[in-house]
Design a protein around this ligand. Sequence first.
Ligand code: SAJ
Length: 426
Amino acid sequence: LKVVVLGLGYIGLPTAAVIARTGARVLGVDVTPSVVETVNSGRVHIEEVDLDGLVSGVVARGSLRASLTIEPADVFVIAVPTPFADDHAPDIRFVLDAATTIAAVLKAGDTVILESTSPVGTTERVRDLLAQLRPDLRVPGRAGEAADVAIAYCPERVLPGRILVELIDNDRVIGGITPRCARKALTFYRRFVRGACVTTNARAAEMTKLTENAFRDVNIAFANELSLVADTMGVDVWEVIRLANRHPRVNILQPGPGVGGHCIAVDPWFLVHADPANTPLIRTARLVNDGKTDHVIAQAAALIEAHPGAPVACLGLAFKANIDDFRESPALRVAQALSERFGARVSIVEPYADRLPPALEAHGATLIDIDTAIDACPIMIVLVDHDVFRSVPLEERADKLVLDTRGIWPDQPAPRSPRDALRLAG
Ligand code: SAJ
């Protein structure tokens, strides 16, 4: 079996490597020369648990290669980004580019699978584009009609930090343009997926993916809204959630400085954009989560202003714990806003970064380690729940002024909130 994976990013590269491990010959195609070179030398350009060893192994065995140009294959997997424009309209240009690339080498008997998170109807657009570019091939149409190629949508569902485990263990939803397409794609996923493979149609599979991430966003928004109310009431939100979650049918997620990453902060907009009139809840959740970041910026600024001259450490830039991914990160937004306002008073601790993003450096922020922060910074703004921050014992931070947006230090003495700090400061 020969497989081409288009897009060697956070999803494409691990997927390509896992397929290569099953004995298939895999070609990874990417538009970025440095990515192709890195993979061909057996190395990885992204940080993900165990990915480096897997990639170096399959590249050394010759099962995985990377290239800027496509080759004929039996199965094509599209794993390219689907960003959105300023008005939140989904941008499926890269998916259509990938389909155009595939059209050049497509032959009867091949399977084309879209994995990128996409607005409902995208797989049908891929089908229509292939039909237009390759009038010599019969693309799937109605159920029961014969077709030369199979086309399906199968969303990735992996969690950064657990990608190699979840690629294999998670259940997969496989949506075919027709039931025959779904069955063909299912045979492919059965090579490496241990979880259940459930088939449906392409539109339902597309909406399922958007629904999963919108569900999480709405639930995080609930936690974030609670954190604001609890603050007004002078109650510890973490304790309230812990206690409420003892109810057998309540399971509240954790508040934070907002929602980041390239999925949960993006995908709900695809639903809102498709049907604005019927999505007030999903839309509001997005606004609540983005608004939480502004709230944290205001809280932190109030704390810093109440203690003139005191050095400040922002703990974390990543969009969530224990990863090196800074895309759409609320922590980064907070750190940026604070360094813009308070300049070189603000230092950043981020064990997953070698250097600061230029926008932060431009305002005089420096990257320091956690020990230096403990020694030098009386004000600490916790923005990411990295294990290395969580493990700082009370005796090293008892006298600090802390704004803990992730609830990692439940034993921190007051002032735990900036309101308390301001009260103490008079
Ligand atoms: N977050 C909170 N509170 C929580 C949980 C998360 O504030 O209780 C924040 C995180 O700090 C982060 C953001 O939400 O900023 C998103 O993190 P996440 O761990 O919820 O999700 P992602 O973006 O890493 O991965 C999600 C997953 N989707 C779901 O859990 C429904 C993953 O399974 C998907 O494959 C991935 O999106 C994707 O690629 O779509």
